[in-house]
Design a protein around this ligand. Structure first.
Ligand SMILES: [Zn+2]
Ligand SMILES: [Zn+2]
Length: 346
């Protein structure tokens, strides 16, 4: 079968690899219909040290169950399933608490111990019962791209909103205009936010943000952004801040614009945050910081219900669609910021 392999710096190739097979009775084999490229796939892509051997990549996909292991109870061959970006058992303490990302039996795709990854024709999904969510739609349903965002970016944007304590009437700021930040805007609106300030210096991304519910756009960065947001909020700042980037600069902005007593919900994977959390800057101000890696599996059912009833459509974050064979062009487009997020038709 065909799959994307990461060879080295800015070098991914679509090659023929062995088909995965069931290895555990709790596995399912999924024939991928749609996959996509994540912003986090760009980190290995940009890394100057190559992997020891070409490695599989990708963790966001949906597809059709082709085969199930003997112990799989909730899935049938032919089901269309959405895979959250991490697999989880569904039974341990963390899974039962809705923190499937900490599952004691769970894991990531594309890591050396797991055979499969999402950017390929088939994936062996471990812990299939606990992981995969059946979507009651056909393989040609027009809502599939929207459903695919639930595997990561929409669930992650939602997690930022939940962690920031967003609710009806909230005044919110969203830092980051990548797919997660834009989905964060959508999530804040879905939870009833009244004012949503999107920090975005890319007019095309800000335009999507406005259609997703941003009421204000701040197009400057750094100290100028802090000044602007404070000027818009009587000098006091914003009570709910969603940090969707994970860089030192975005954290400085978050700490600069959050209102005393407010909450920062963070989902940006820390990347080059060198100065720590500067607790001295927030102690006197009673700022709460919450968040982390999103338990997409926990949110999938409620978000899926909204996609299916037409009230939630994150699919505009996919601004480039390519066949799997052109995945290298998709990586280049995202790396060069010519595309927000690339959908791969498999
Ligand atoms: Zn992802
Ligand atoms: Zn578990």
């Amino acid at each position: 079968m065909r799959a994307v392999l990461h060879h080295g710096e800015r070098d991914v190739r679509v090659e023929t690899v062995p088909e995965p097979v069931l290895t555990e009775p709790t596995d399912a084999l999924v024939r991928v219909t749609l996959s996509c490229i994540c912003g986090s796939d760009l980190w290995p892509y940009r890394r100057t040290t190559p992997p020891e051997e070409p490695s599989r990549i990708g963790h966001e996909f949906l597809g059709v169950v082709e085969q199930v292991g003997a112990d799989v109870r909730t899935l049938r061959v032919g089901d269309l399933v959405i895979a959250p970006f991490k697999h989880s058992c569904g039974e341990c303490e963390f899974c039962l608490r809705g923190l499937q990302t900490s599952c004691v039996r769970g894991g990531f795709y594309g890591t050396p111990e797991e055979a499969g990854a999402g950017q390929g024709e088939k994936v062996r999904v471990p812990n299939a019962d606990g992981t995969l969510v059946v979507a009651p739609v056909g393989v040609d349903d027009p809502r599939l791209p929207a459903l695919l965002t639930l595997s990561d970016v929409m669930a992650t944007g939602h997690h930022a909103a939940v962690a920031a304590g967003v609710g009806p009437g909230s005044h919110v700021a969203v830092i980051g205009d990548g797919a997660v930040g834009l989905c964060g805007v959508l999530a804040a609106r879905r939870l009833g936010a009244e004012r949503i300030i999107l920090l975005s210096s890319h007019p095309d991304r800000a335009a999507i943000g406005r259609t997703f519910g941003a009421t204000d756009v701040v197009e400057v960065r750094g100290d100028a952004a802090v000044e602007r947001v404070r000027a818009m909020t009587d000098g006091l700042g914003v009570p709910h801040v969603m940090e969707c980037v994970g860089m030192q600069g975005s954290w400085d902005t978050a700490l600069g614009i959050v209102k005393d007593g407010g909450r920062i919900g963070y989902v940006g994977v820390p990347n080059g945050v060198t100065e720590g959390l500067a607790l001295g800057r927030i102690f006197r101000r009673n700022v709460t910081i919450a968040g982390g890696v999103a338990p997409a599996r926990a949110y999938l059912p409620e978000l899926m219900a909204d996609v299916l009833d037409g009230s939630l459509d994150p699919s505009p974050v996919f601004d480039l669609e390519l066949p799997l064979e052109q995945a290298p062009e998709g990586y280049a487009a995202m790396d060069e910021r010519r595309a927000i997020k690339v959908l791969l038709r498999v």
